[in-house]
Design a protein around this ligand. Structure first.
Ligand SMILES: [Zn+2]
Ligand SMILES: [Zn+2]
Length: 223
Protein backbone atom coordinates (compact mmCIF):
# COMPACT_ATOMS: atom_id res chain seq x y z
CA UNK A 1 0.00 0.00 0.00
CA UNK A 2 1.23 3.49 -0.76
CA UNK A 3 0.12 4.61 2.66
CA UNK A 4 2.92 2.69 4.39
CA UNK A 5 5.62 4.32 2.24
CA UNK A 6 4.27 7.73 3.01
CA UNK A 7 4.01 6.80 6.66
CA UNK A 8 7.70 5.89 6.73
CA UNK A 9 8.61 9.30 5.34
CA UNK A 10 6.52 11.01 7.98
CA UNK A 11 8.23 8.98 10.72
CA UNK A 12 11.67 10.06 9.44
CA UNK A 13 10.57 13.66 9.27
CA UNK A 14 9.27 13.63 12.83
CA UNK A 15 12.47 11.96 14.04
CA UNK A 16 14.45 14.82 12.61
CA UNK A 17 12.26 17.40 14.31
CA UNK A 18 12.67 15.54 17.61
CA UNK A 19 16.46 15.51 17.26
CA UNK A 20 16.64 19.22 16.62
CA UNK A 21 13.77 20.45 18.74
CA UNK A 22 13.36 18.36 21.86
CA UNK A 23 15.56 18.79 24.92
CA UNK A 24 18.28 16.15 25.15
CA UNK A 25 16.99 14.26 28.15
CA UNK A 26 13.49 13.97 26.67
CA UNK A 27 14.58 12.76 23.22
CA UNK A 28 14.76 9.08 24.10
CA UNK A 29 11.15 8.96 25.32
CA UNK A 30 9.98 10.98 22.33
CA UNK A 31 11.55 8.51 19.87
CA UNK A 32 10.13 5.53 21.79
CA UNK A 33 6.62 6.97 21.55
CA UNK A 34 7.12 7.68 17.86
CA UNK A 35 8.09 4.02 17.34
CA UNK A 36 4.99 2.90 19.18
CA UNK A 37 2.76 4.85 16.78
CA UNK A 38 4.82 4.39 13.63
CA UNK A 39 2.00 2.63 11.73
CA UNK A 40 -0.76 4.90 12.92
CA UNK A 41 -1.43 7.66 10.41
CA UNK A 42 -3.59 9.67 12.82
CA UNK A 43 -1.04 9.70 15.64
CA UNK A 44 1.72 10.53 13.16
CA UNK A 45 -0.18 13.57 11.92
CA UNK A 46 -0.63 14.65 15.51
CA UNK A 47 3.06 14.22 16.34
CA UNK A 48 4.12 15.99 13.18
CA UNK A 49 1.88 18.92 13.94
CA UNK A 50 3.19 19.11 17.51
CA UNK A 51 6.89 18.79 16.79
CA UNK A 52 6.94 21.09 13.77
CA UNK A 53 5.55 23.89 15.93
CA UNK A 54 7.95 23.20 18.79
CA UNK A 55 9.64 26.54 19.46
CA UNK A 56 6.57 27.91 21.22
CA UNK A 57 5.99 24.64 22.97
CA UNK A 58 8.96 24.76 25.31
CA UNK A 59 11.01 21.98 23.65
CA UNK A 60 9.04 19.33 25.47
CA UNK A 61 8.43 15.78 24.28
CA UNK A 62 5.01 14.21 23.94
CA UNK A 63 4.48 12.00 26.96
CA UNK A 64 1.09 10.55 26.20
CA UNK A 65 -1.68 10.63 23.59
CA UNK A 66 -5.22 10.01 24.81
CA UNK A 67 -8.47 9.28 23.06
CA UNK A 68 -11.27 11.69 23.90
CA UNK A 69 -13.90 11.47 21.20
CA UNK A 70 -14.48 10.94 17.52
CA UNK A 71 -16.91 12.03 14.87
CA UNK A 72 -16.81 10.04 11.61
CA UNK A 73 -13.11 9.99 10.71
CA UNK A 74 -12.15 12.99 12.85
CA UNK A 75 -10.58 12.25 16.22
CA UNK A 76 -10.51 14.57 19.20
CA UNK A 77 -7.25 13.67 20.93
CA UNK A 78 -5.42 14.92 23.97
CA UNK A 79 -1.66 15.24 24.06
CA UNK A 80 0.26 15.74 27.25
CA UNK A 81 3.84 16.69 27.94
CA UNK A 82 5.51 16.92 31.33
CA UNK A 83 3.92 20.26 32.10
CA UNK A 84 1.23 20.91 29.49
CA UNK A 85 -1.89 19.40 27.94
CA UNK A 86 -3.12 20.20 24.45
CA UNK A 87 -6.21 19.35 22.50
CA UNK A 88 -6.05 18.36 18.85
CA UNK A 89 -8.31 17.42 15.97
CA UNK A 90 -6.74 14.71 13.85
CA UNK A 91 -7.49 12.65 10.76
CA UNK A 92 -5.19 10.40 8.75
CA UNK A 93 -4.39 13.40 6.57
CA UNK A 94 -3.99 16.28 8.97
CA UNK A 95 -3.88 17.38 12.60
CA UNK A 96 -4.92 20.73 14.00
CA UNK A 97 -4.01 22.18 17.37
CA UNK A 98 -7.16 23.51 19.03
CA UNK A 99 -5.37 24.92 22.02
CA UNK A 100 -4.03 24.27 25.46
CA UNK A 101 -6.56 22.43 27.57
CA UNK A 102 -8.55 24.64 29.89
CA UNK A 103 -7.61 27.85 28.10
CA UNK A 104 -9.47 29.91 25.57
CA UNK A 105 -9.97 28.32 22.16
CA UNK A 106 -10.06 30.06 18.83
CA UNK A 107 -12.84 27.82 17.57
CA UNK A 108 -15.06 26.87 20.51
CA UNK A 109 -17.86 25.67 18.19
CA UNK A 110 -15.71 22.57 17.61
CA UNK A 111 -16.93 21.23 20.95
CA UNK A 112 -20.57 21.12 19.86
CA UNK A 113 -19.54 18.96 16.90
CA UNK A 114 -18.54 16.28 19.40
CA UNK A 115 -21.68 16.60 21.49
CA UNK A 116 -20.51 18.94 24.26
CA UNK A 117 -22.59 22.00 25.06
CA UNK A 118 -19.62 24.34 24.79
CA UNK A 119 -15.98 24.68 25.75
CA UNK A 120 -16.81 25.05 29.43
CA UNK A 121 -18.88 21.87 29.41
CA UNK A 122 -15.89 20.11 27.88
CA UNK A 123 -13.37 21.46 30.38
CA UNK A 124 -15.61 20.43 33.26
CA UNK A 125 -15.63 16.88 31.92
CA UNK A 126 -11.92 16.94 31.14
CA UNK A 127 -10.07 19.23 33.54
CA UNK A 128 -7.05 17.01 32.80
CA UNK A 129 -6.43 14.02 30.55
CA UNK A 130 -5.16 11.81 33.37
CA UNK A 131 -8.24 9.58 33.51
CA UNK A 132 -8.58 9.33 29.72
CA UNK A 133 -7.68 6.09 28.03
CA UNK A 134 -4.61 5.92 25.89
CA UNK A 135 -5.11 6.33 22.15
CA UNK A 136 -4.24 2.84 20.93
CA UNK A 137 -2.04 2.56 17.85
CA UNK A 138 -3.11 0.36 14.95
CA UNK A 139 -0.87 -2.56 14.03
CA UNK A 140 1.30 -2.74 10.91
CA UNK A 141 -1.13 -4.85 8.91
CA UNK A 142 -4.37 -3.35 10.15
CA UNK A 143 -6.31 -0.21 9.57
CA UNK A 144 -8.25 1.91 12.01
CA UNK A 145 -11.13 2.18 9.55
CA UNK A 146 -13.11 -0.39 7.63
CA UNK A 147 -11.91 0.08 4.05
CA UNK A 148 -15.45 -0.27 2.72
CA UNK A 149 -17.71 1.70 5.07
CA UNK A 150 -15.17 3.64 7.20
CA UNK A 151 -16.47 2.30 10.52
CA UNK A 152 -13.68 2.68 13.07
CA UNK A 153 -12.37 -0.15 15.24
CA UNK A 154 -15.15 -1.04 17.72
CA UNK A 155 -17.95 0.53 15.70
CA UNK A 156 -20.66 -1.27 13.76
CA UNK A 157 -20.33 -1.37 9.99
CA UNK A 158 -22.91 0.38 7.89
CA UNK A 159 -25.64 -2.17 7.27
CA UNK A 160 -24.82 -3.86 3.97
CA UNK A 161 -21.06 -3.36 4.25
CA UNK A 162 -19.28 -6.31 2.54
CA UNK A 163 -16.73 -6.57 5.37
CA UNK A 164 -19.29 -7.20 8.13
CA UNK A 165 -19.18 -10.73 9.52
CA UNK A 166 -22.41 -12.64 10.06
CA UNK A 167 -22.96 -13.49 13.76
CA UNK A 168 -24.99 -16.61 12.83
CA UNK A 169 -22.58 -18.36 10.45
CA UNK A 170 -19.32 -16.33 10.70
CA UNK A 171 -19.50 -15.81 6.95
CA UNK A 172 -19.85 -12.59 5.02
CA UNK A 173 -23.10 -11.03 6.13
CA UNK A 174 -23.88 -9.43 2.78
CA UNK A 175 -23.44 -12.78 1.01
CA UNK A 176 -24.70 -15.56 3.28
CA UNK A 177 -28.34 -16.54 3.44
CA UNK A 178 -28.78 -16.07 7.18
CA UNK A 179 -30.62 -12.79 6.91
CA UNK A 180 -33.37 -14.39 4.83
CA UNK A 181 -33.54 -17.45 7.05
CA UNK A 182 -33.70 -15.38 10.21
CA UNK A 183 -36.38 -13.06 8.85
CA UNK A 184 -38.30 -15.89 7.16
CA UNK A 185 -38.44 -14.08 3.81
CA UNK A 186 -37.03 -14.64 0.31
CA UNK A 187 -36.03 -11.05 -0.34
CA UNK A 188 -35.60 -7.95 1.76
CA UNK A 189 -38.27 -5.69 0.41
CA UNK A 190 -38.38 -2.43 2.24
CA UNK A 191 -37.08 -0.22 4.99
CA UNK A 192 -39.10 -2.21 7.51
CA UNK A 193 -37.29 -5.44 6.63
CA UNK A 194 -33.97 -3.67 7.03
CA UNK A 195 -34.94 -2.26 10.41
CA UNK A 196 -36.07 -5.69 11.53
CA UNK A 197 -32.79 -7.17 10.30
CA UNK A 198 -30.84 -4.57 12.24
CA UNK A 199 -32.89 -5.35 15.35
CA UNK A 200 -32.36 -9.11 15.25
CA UNK A 201 -28.70 -8.61 14.38
CA UNK A 202 -28.18 -6.50 17.46
CA UNK A 203 -30.13 -9.01 19.52
CA UNK A 204 -27.87 -11.80 18.28
CA UNK A 205 -24.77 -9.67 18.83
CA UNK A 206 -23.55 -7.71 15.86
CA UNK A 207 -19.82 -7.97 15.19
CA UNK A 208 -18.18 -4.55 15.11
CA UNK A 209 -15.24 -3.71 12.87
CA UNK A 210 -11.89 -4.89 14.18
CA UNK A 211 -8.45 -4.78 12.61
CA UNK A 212 -8.42 -8.54 11.99
CA UNK A 213 -11.23 -8.10 9.45
CA UNK A 214 -9.04 -5.85 7.35
CA UNK A 215 -6.93 -8.39 5.41
CA UNK A 216 -10.05 -10.34 4.43
CA UNK A 217 -11.30 -7.37 2.48
CA UNK A 218 -9.70 -8.13 -0.94
CA UNK A 219 -11.15 -11.65 -0.95
CA UNK A 220 -14.50 -10.26 0.08
CA UNK A 221 -14.46 -8.19 -3.07
CA UNK A 222 -13.51 -11.11 -5.35
CA UNK A 223 -16.34 -12.56 -7.34
ZN1 LIG B 1 -17.55 -1.84 6.99
ZN1 LIG C 1 -24.60 -15.97 7.89
Amino acid sequence: MQLSEKTEEVVKEIELFIQYGVQGHEQHGAIALLQRYKNDAIALQLMKSFYTSLPEIHEEAIGRIVFINKKDDIFLLGLSTTRHAYLYLATEQKALLLGENGQEFSEPEIFTLFGYLDAQDFFEKYPTFISCEEYKPVSASGSRFCPACMAAVGEYHLLGCPVEICPWCDGQLSRCGCRFEQLGVDVLEDEEDLEELERILEEKGRIPYSEEQYPSYPSAMDE
